[in-house]
Ligand binder design. Structure first.
Ligand code: PGA
Length: 255
């Protein structure tokens, strides 16, 4: 991390876990454990849990995020949620383009870009996910793919709007598998993302953008990962459902 030029952000991604009642209980357990964090702490929760999460996090240093956002302001889009709906509900962050959405729900680089634009134009901070599959890595396409996904996601995002963008490098082969990228692989992937931003917006601006690592990050490996130059925190799936372990990651990013 380089906290002198950019923020460190630890964000939980609860995926399709926890009911509203369980949300209240888990956030109440987490609050005291992360109260003295020296990094931003965000929990991205299922839509239905947002009111309970916002209420439970009130007065604490935990900010609430959603796990997706639609690109239109309103209309005939059954099952979708707009940026304004999220904002009025107290949401500050939103995950966009998670590999599970790309893999299971037909999300493309173009829709990721549209959702990112909608989020940022409405005033949300978008946590945009990019990452290669194992096959793409083995074919030697990691750098090309990460740069392409990053640039596509940021199409029509102004330099000024980058302050509301976080990119999460999440190698698909490391998500929910227990296989973590090595600290060097994480730093390399995050470095490619930063290079892509620099190629479009210039090096100085690229240095200010928070780039997270995600994929089986846990209490045991967080220290080593966040110590890397380009790893400005993490997007945490499974471990964000365990308060003490999530708090340990927050602690690692607070050093
Ligand atoms: P994981 O998920 O920490 O469970 O691997 C990370 C993510 O999908 O954001």
């Amino acid at each position: 991390m380089n906290k002198s030029v950019r923020s460190a952000v630890i964000a939980g991604n609860w995926k399709m876990n926890k009911t509203p009642a369980e949300t209240t209980a888990l956030i109440n357990e987490m609050k005291p454990l992360v109260a003295d964090a020296d990094c931003k702490v965000v929990l991205c929760v299922p839509f239905i849990d947002i009111p309970a999460a916002v209420e439970a996090a009130k007065g604490s240093n935990i900010e609430i995020g959603a796990e997706n956002v639609h690109f239109k302001a309103s209309g005939a889009y059954t099952g979708e949620i707009s940026a304004q709906m999220l904002i009025e509900s107290g949401v500050k962050y939103v995950v966009v383009g998670h590999s599970e959405r790309r893999q299971y729900f037909g999300e493309t680089d173009q829709t990721v870009n549209l959702r990112t634009l909608a989020a940022v134009n409405a005033g949300l901070t978008a946590i945009v996910c990019v990452g290669e599959t194992l096959e793409q890595r083995e074919l030697g396409y990691t750098e090309t793919l990460l740069k392409f996904q990053t640039k596509m996601a940021l199409t029509n995002i102004s330099a000024d709007q980058l302050k509301n963008i976080i990119i999460a490098y999440e190698p698909v082969w490391a998500i929910g598998t227990g296989v973590t990228a090595t600290a060097d692989q994480a730093n390399e992937g995050n470095g490619y993302v930063r290079e892509a931003i620099a190629e479009v917006y210039g090096k100085e601006i690229a240095e200010t953008v928070t780039v997270q690592y995600g994929g089986s990050m846990n209490a045991a490996n967080a220290d080593e990962l966040v110590a890397m130059e380009h790893v400005d925190g993490g997007l945490i799936g499974g471990t964000s459902l365990k308060a003490p372990d999530f708090a340990a990651i927050v602690k690692a990013a607070s050093k």
